[in-house]
Write a protein that binds this ligand. Structure first.
Ligand code: GAL
Length: 814
């Protein structure tokens, strides 16, 4: 450590910095301040009136952002959002926030930055219109300086959000200012937003050359001489190298500079070691730091090859990905870091190494997590281009806005080391209906990527594989992306010689957690039978059997796509539809079903059985998972399925009697013990590797429900990070066995300074109780409670239900 501190690079930086700061001169304001602007807003849902100034009156309520008002709405069969929007209404909402500014900052430039407002936002400051933004997923900022009060009066920010015209999305979008908001105070000489771009122009084991492009804006009348000093900090935070550029007599306007910095023995970013460097850029004049910006970046080499697929830092890596929509289940679209972290962690534990942010730019905080946890991200911008999928979707804004939105997306995200692929569109209508646009749009979008990034590949997600599809055949994109069509994966090298290949979306199998229909395991249900004919079959209660034998006609069961993807080297990887259930798109059903069945985990984040299928194939962690549960009627005939790894065979015992011994067939990822006549009692499975016992698992017939067991996912959470607690409530019998069909209504309560129940969920796609409710029925024995806490101390979560012994769990807030 000491040795590193006295690293020559470091001492050079320090002396330069001291020298620059020692020169005294007139003060020209301070360095950048970025203020969390989420707290203390007013909100009202109102489409009848304008609220540009402070005439608030009745009906306004106080809240903190991020906020999604649709998630607070009742589910309604007649909602114009329809099944895609989870039957939750949009409407027009107004937000207002008052704030004072310090006189000392009056020479500074003040910006309001929104990371995402769905949709059609318009913003005013003190009655002056700042601008509008139709796109609901991309961040933007406005300068407010000219219209602000510095004399102690309140400034009033007013935001109109118009999500009234519905349907405008195929999946749940939420409504409101649902991502973070920041107030940015910048010096008249400062780095512009999202303009810093850091990339390695050379990278090998011994040496890296890092190139920084910077854009600096100067709005003072007089010319200034400034020094742009960049320090690189190693992943453990130590300064390791620096560079400076002097801009003499720097005049009003925008100025671009490039800097090049060498790093010896670079530490590479990978999915196992997602380590990041930091570039600290300072603008210094007259002995003062005028601006300072810290940007993380990662160093990694990668390649896509038509025959060998993807390599990262010289090693082959199958991209084992999942698609994720941006909603966070019961929290709706309101971004929350710890809810996103929970999703990503459970994906990582399952062996997932890739995320597709379908079908829109993700929250910046989500990509930060992908960087620090290590995922191969395919970042997608559009679900529609010019051709529409819904009457009010983005096609309305395409011509006027696509360039601006896409440029902003690329500029915002191009420093994330986890981002490897730009996906320019998903199943766009131009595949079929407009040849000229199908040719021109990929060229236009890919050229934006080339000019602003140039370090990553582009793709488009196609579900139409005919060679008449101009989008599929576009030479403008680097990787050909197939959605589904698994029967055509093997012949890809013949069908598209020399082209690189990724499965942008696969599978679309369907399951309700904990639901098992006693049809033979190997029978197949294709639901719906055809995509273009309404489905009126299925289970009466809108459930779907979780044996991995129900899927859509465009997809497959999980196992089939998984096996093909693993088999062919020319497939760089695939993104399974989807990691989690999401709000909207309750395929194959409609009302009363309101959320999807595609997830490997349910909407509440409880794993479905197929989670363990993937975990057994994608991780080296020993897995042994048995399905279904063991509560049936005497004489029922049950197929028992076992997912396992790290073992060559499993034995199955029913009430102590050996049923059989099985090895996996070479083309299967599971073993099946068919046709077991149910008797109450136990089912025990033991896995062996060359006759050495690896794992064993016993499932029991549950008795009557007796009590509620509460388990917190984490024993302690951080108050500083605004972390949420996720608590599982299980309905169990006297021996602690989960009662698999329990549907008891449970009431929850929380104690603790500032603690609050934000939402409850159970993963049931037809449950119409509002997510904010503190009571919920168990679904297959389980409920999730999401608790927020502001202050240090302890949270106690309590659960009660008529006829059951109550449960309680304690969580430390640190
Ligand atoms: C795909 C589409 C996804 C989702 C999925 C359901 O075609 O890209 O957004 O709708 O089907 O299977």
């Amino acid at each position: 450590m000491l040795k590193r501190l006295f690293h020559t690079g470091y001492s050079r930086v320090m002396s330069l910095l001291l020298l620059l700061l020692a020169t005294t001169g007139s003060s020209i304001g301070q360095s950048r301040q970025v203020i969390n602007f989420n707290p203390d807003w007013w909100f009202k849902l109102d489409s009848s009136q304008q609220y540009i100034d402070e005439q608030r009156g009745e009906g306004w309520r106080r809240l903190d952002l991020p906020h999604d008002w649709s998630i607070e709405m009742p589910f309604s069969a007649n909602s114009p959002a329809a099944s895609g929007g989870a039957y939750l209404d949009g409407g027009i909402g107004w937000y207002q926030k008052s704030f004072k500014l310090a006189k000392a900052d009056s020479g500074q430039r003040i910006f309001i930055a929104f990371e995402g407002i769905y949709e059609n936002s318009e913003v005013w400051i003190n009655g002056h219109f700042l601008g509008k933004r139709p796109n609901g997923y991309i961040g933007f900022e406005y300068e407010m300086s000219r219209y602000l009060y510095w004399d102690g009066r309140d400034n009033l920010l007013s935001v109109k959000v118009n999500n009234k015209n519905q349907p405008n999305s195929r999946f749940y979008s939420g409504s409101g200012i649902y991502r973070d908001t920041k107030l940015i105070i910048r010096n008249p000489i400062s780095l512009t937003s999202n303009s810093t771009f850091i990339r390695a122009t050379q990278l090998n084991e011994k040496h890296a050359v890092v190139n920084l492009s910077l854009e600096i804006e100067q709005t003072l009348k007089e010319a200034k001489t400034i020094t742009v000093l960049t320090q690189l900090l190693s992943p453990d935070g130590l300064p390791i190298a620096s560079e400076h550029t002097v801009l003499a007599k720097f005049k009003t306007g925008l100025h671009h500079i490039q800097q090049q910095i060498s790093i010896d023995d670079p530490l590479l970013w990978s999915i196992e070691t997602p380590q990041q460097y930091m570039a600290r850029v300072q603008l210094i004049a007259d002995g003062q730091v005028l601006d300072e910006q810290n940007s993380k970046f990662g160093l990694r080499n990668f390649n896509f090859d038509p025959e060998q697929g993807f390599t990262l830092n010289g090693k082959r890596l199958k991209i084992r990905g999942v698609c994720l929509h941006s909603d966070l289940g019961a929290l709706g679209m309101a971004f929350n870091r710890s809810a996103a972290l929970r999703q990503l962690r459970s994906m990582k534990e399952m062996g997932v190494n890739g995320i597709r942010t379908s079908h829109n730019p993700a929250a910046p905080g989500f990509l930060d997590l992908c960087d620090s946890l290590g995922f191969v991200v395919m970042s997608e911008t559009f679900d529609v281009w010019k051709g529409h999928k819904n009457p009010y979707d983005y096609h309305l804004y395409w011509d006027q806005w696509y360039r601006r939105d896409f440029v902003d997306h690329v500029k915002r995200d191009r420093n994330h080391p986890s981002l490897f692929i730009w996906c320019l569109g998903n199943e766009v209508q131009e595949q079929w209906h407009s040849k000229p646009d199908g040719i021109a749009i990929p060229i236009a979008l890919a050229s934006i990527v080339d000019s602003l990034d140039g370090t990553r590949l582009t793709t488009i997600a196609n579900n139409e594989l005919s060679k008449a599809n101009p989008v599929l055949m576009s030479a403008a994109v680097d990787l050909i992306g197939y959605n589904y069509n698994h029967k055509k994966w093997a012949s890809f090298p013949k069908d598209h010689p020399g082209r690189k290949f990724i499965v942008t979306e696969s599978t679309s199998a369907l399951e309700s957690r904990g639901q098992y229909d006693l049809i033979p395991y190997d029978s197949v249900r294709m639901w719906p039978e055809r995509w273009d004919i309404p489905f009126d079959g299925g289970n009466k209660d809108k459930s779907i059997s979780a044996y991995d034998h129900v899927f859509t006609p465009w997809g497959s069961d999980h196992q089939t796509s998984l096996r093909l993807m693993e088999k062919y080297d020319h497939i760089a990887g695939m993104y399974v539809w989807t990691g989690f259930d999401y709000l909207g798109e309750p395929t194959p059903y409609t009302w009363p079903a309101r959320s999807s069945y595609f997830g490997i985990m349910d909407l509440a984040g409880f794993p479905k059985d197929v989670y363990y299928l993937y975990q057994s194939v994608w991780t080296a962690k020993p897995v042994l998972h048995v399905l279904p549960h063991w509560n049936w009627k005497k004489g029922d005939i049950i197929d028992v399925v076992v997912y396992f790894n790290q073992a060559d065979r499993v034995e199955l015992y029913h009430n102590g009697k050996k049923i059989g011994d099985q090895k996996k067939d070479s083309d299967r990822y599971e073993v099946v013990f068919k046709g077991i006549a149910f008797e109450p009692g136990t089912l025990e499975v033991i896995s062996y590797q060359q006759d050495k016992r690896v794992l064993s698992k016993t499932i029991r017939t549950a008795k009557k429900e007796q009590r509620i067991a509460l388990i917190a996912e984490d024993d302690s959470v951080s108050a500083a990070m605004n972390e949420l607690s996720f608590v599982h409530a299980y309905v169990v019998d006297e021996f602690g066995t989960l009662v698999p069909d329990a549907a008891n209504n449970i009431d929850f309560e929380v104690e603790g300074d500032g603690a609050k129940i934000l939402a409850t969920d159970n993963g049931n796609t037809t449950d119409h109780t509002r997510f904010q409710s503190t009571s919920r029925r168990a679904f297959h024995g389980k409920v999730l409670v999401i608790v927020s806490s502001k202050n240090k101390g302890q949270i106690v979560v309590k659960a009660k239900s008529k006829g059951l012994i109550s449960g309680e769990v304690h969580i430390k807030v640190e």
